[in-house]
Design a protein. Structure first.
Length: 429
């Protein structure tokens, strides 16, 4: 389908998902990035992305000074600045609350904001991960109520699930095939054509918004279940005194073996999305046993890792109570500053309950954010002291260059949660 002239895109939410997408569209269209965080907006307009997803040179190449440019990106926290746009792409986070129930508050608030400036003919596309039905049953009614416009007559909707992998500089947004959908067949073609114009990996037009929503939510649920399986294997093989990594390496010689590794499952995708699917299933009277069992097992891994560390310290003759331990990394994954839903904090909490004094070193994490979110003190520079135990919790590339002997006491423990140090470590998950 041929796209209409004078396309102007608003990207609502300039985080890990929204900014890379806005930057990509800005290479071809007029794009206005909207975020309620004024500090974030100022930083982006100066050419710096604190999430490290878009490097300064790439970001500055598309930045423009105002919202009237025919091509380029302008960032703002003023809602009226995006009123002239005709495509609104919502990329806000969809977290869970303390009881692991889906929290749609960011979606509701962003829908209210867009509703205030929605015009006839506009298209609102959601990228946030949701359970099937959220776009049309939860978000669209908010748009209708606030705007006073009628869905699929005055305005339209689409859903194109994000597939951003934070910290991954190889699989960037334009290189990942995009699933698209629309609220009518014609709008589906329009949404697909819009993304196809910038996504070099291509697109897949789903037959409905619900199909696209369901496809997204099972992507990470599938990964969660597979990781839960190998986490359970790790527990079993540790009891048998068998190296789990060696078992997986041997098994991977079969052509159809899936190469999943044990570990801590956190972040705002894999550790969250299964709860969205489970919640929706329960609303239809079905209790999803495998999905929730996988979640329970993965959520238990923090305490399990801590118990393994303590056992190894005792075997080495290290007095646990009052022992000094250096935790390398607190972000939810390697080479990424995101600390949302990081499971390293579960390990730290359990270690502290044993009386261990934990020093947390992470050169990428924002110390203020960690303190606000978890009430934990972190440092951004390598400490000049030796520790009774060192735990590689996150595989930042900076950590792989460390001389661990300079940080270790004579009989200290080096534990590798990520399983990447090989024989250098005393043990690994």
């Amino acid at each position: 389908m041929k796209l209409e002239q004078n396309i102007k895109i608003a990207v609502v939410g300039l985080g890990y998902v929204g900014l890379p997408l806005a930057r990509l569209f800005a290479t071809k269209y007029s794009v206005i990035g909207f975020d309620i965080n004024e500090t974030r907006v100022k930083s982006l307009n100066s050419g710096f992305d604190t999430t490290l997803e878009v490097d300064p040179e790439t970001l500055k190449a598309v930045l423009v000074d105002n919202s009237n440019s025919k091509i380029g990106l302008y960032c703002t926290n003023i809602l009226e600045d995006i009123a002239t746009c005709n495509y609104f792409i919502v990329t806000v986070p969809t977290p869970v609350d303390k009881n692991n129930r889906p929290d749609l508050t960011p979606l509701y608030k962003s829908s209210e904001a867009v509703g205030k400036i929605l015009k006839k003919g506009d298209v609102v596309i959601y990228e946030s991960t949701v359970y099937p039905g959220v776009t049309e049953e939860q978000c669209v009614p908010v748009l209708e109520k606030v705007s006073g416009l009628k869905f699929n007559e005055d305005f339209f909707a689409g859903y194109s699930p994000e597939r951003i992998n934070p910290g991954d500089k190889e699989h960037t947004v334009e290189k990942i095939l995009k699933v698209t959908s629309g609220s009518t067949p014609e709008i589906g073609l329009k949404v697909d054509a819009l993304y196809k114009s910038v996504i070099i990996a291509g697109t897949h037009l789903a037959p409905s918004i619900k199909v696209a929503e369901a496809a997204k939510v099972i992507e990470n649920s599938q990964r969660d279940i597979n990781i839960a399986f190998v986490n359970e294997l790790a527990k079993i093989f540790n009891l048998m005194n068998i190296d789990t990594q060696e078992v997986l390496t041997a098994a991977a010689t079969k052509w159809n073996f899936l190469p999943f590794k044990p570990g801590l499952v956190g972040g705002h995708c894999i550790g969250v999305d299964p709860y969205y699917l489970a919640q929706r299933a329960q609303e239809f009277g079905y209790h999803p046993e495998i999905i929730l069992a996988g979640r329970r097992l993965n959520d238990s891994m923090g305490e399990y890792v801590a118990s393994q560390i303590v056992k190894l310290m005792i075997k080495k003759g290290i007095s646990v109570n009052g022992a000094s331990l250096l935790m390398l990394g607190i972000t939810f994954k390697e080479n990424c500053p995101d600390v949302r839903n990081t499971k390293i904090v579960d390990v730290i909490k359990a270690l502290k309950e044993y009386g261990i004094v934990v020093t947390i070193y992470d050169p990428l994490a924002n110390t203020e954010e960690v303190k606000k979110e978890y009430k934990l003190e972190t440092i951004n520079s390598l400490p000049i002291e030796k520790f009774d135990a060192i735990v590689l919790g996150v595989a930042h590339k900076e950590f792989l260059k460390l001389n661990f002997s300079e940080l270790q006491k004579e009989n200290s423990l080096l534990y590798d949660v990520k399983g990447i140090l090989g024989t250098m470590a005393d043990n690994r998950l």
